[in-house]
Structures are given as structure tokens and as C-alpha cells.
Design a protein around this ligand. Structure first.
Ligand code: RB5
Length: 144
């Protein structure tokens, strides 16, 4: 199950991503907004809480740049959020970083590219191996 959310800067892109998820028969829960002006930290928390409480295993956060959402998400223990504007990063942040939240900017990436980024993010699994120790070190940074 995917948790998805946006602010007003990412709303149009969220509609496109949800259409794609519907086509792919990927289940998701929409955490807002519905196009109205909102503060992105409020939406980031809603999406990330779905992951930390176990309801969802991944999240997608969309704002104007993807950056504000990622900054907020990465303050929450257990969240590894990556802003992606290319498919290579989307693939390797899953393989190497075990990212559990994908952030994108609705004012940065076009719909076609964004959907390919979502595909890479959802299609790839964490490689484990040598990356486990690095993730453990990352986890140890939480709260510092
Ligand atoms: C909203 O105008 C904009 O600041 C927001 O969508 C996002 O880009 C912040 O990082």
C-alpha cells in the first residue's frame, strides 16, 4: 500500500500519478491536499505516519520542487525520502538507500518523466548486502 500526498504545487502531478497507480492496480491511500493551499509539512507528516504505523510500506510526496516535502519527511524516524528528477536516481535510491518515500516537484518534472520515475521507484527492491551497514549508520543519525 502506497501513501500519497501533495501540496498545491504538486496537486496536478498527484492526479497524474494516481491515474497511473490505478492503471497499474497499485493500492494507495490519498492523504490530500485537494488543490487548496496547504503547508507541505502537514501533508508530509500524514503520509509518513502511514508508513511508520505500518499501514503503508512506501510513500509519494509531491510539492513544487519536492524539496520541502523531503526535508520534512527526513526528520521523521524511519523515513528515508529521496527527491528524484531522473529515473536512475529513483532506481538506485531503492537499491542502495532503501528509500521508502519518493518526492518529486510538480514544477520540475513533466508528467511523462514523473511516471517513469514512479515506475522505477516501485519496481526495484533494496539490494541489502554491503548497503545494510550503511543504512544502520544512517539510522544512528536519527535524533542527532
Ligand atoms: C509552495 O509554493 C512551494 O513552496 C512548495 O510546493 C514546495 O516547492 C516547497 O518545497
Amino acid at each position: 500500500m502506497i501513501a500519497i500526498g501533495c501540496d498545491h504545487g504538486g496537486f496536478e502531478l498527484k492526479l497524474a500519478v494516481e491515474s497511473y497507480l490505478n492503471l497499474q492496480k497499485v493500492d494507495y491511500v490519498d492523504c490530500g491536499c485537494n488543490g487548496e493551499k496547504v503547508d507541505y509539512p502537514d501533508i508530509a507528516v500524514k503520509v509518513c505516519e502511514k508508513i511508520t504505523n505500518g499501514e503503508c510500506d512506501k510513500g509519494i510526496l509531491l510539492c513544487g520542487t519536492g524539496i520541502g516535502m523531503s526535508m520534512c519527511a527526513n526528520k521523521i524516524a524511519g523515513i528515508r525520502a529521496a527527491v528524484c528528477s531522473d529515473t536512475y536516481s529513483a532506481k538506485y535510491t531503492r537499491l542502495h538507500n532503501d528509500a521508502n518515500v519518493l518526492c518529486m516537484g510538480g514544477r520540475v518534472v513533466g508528467v511523462g518523466l514523473a511516471l517513469e520515475i514512479v515506475h522505477e521507484f516501485l519496481a526495484n527492491e533494496f539490494e541489502g548486502g554491503r548497503h545494510v551497514v550503511r543504512l544502520d549508520k544512517m539510522k544512528n543519525l536519527e535524533g542527532k
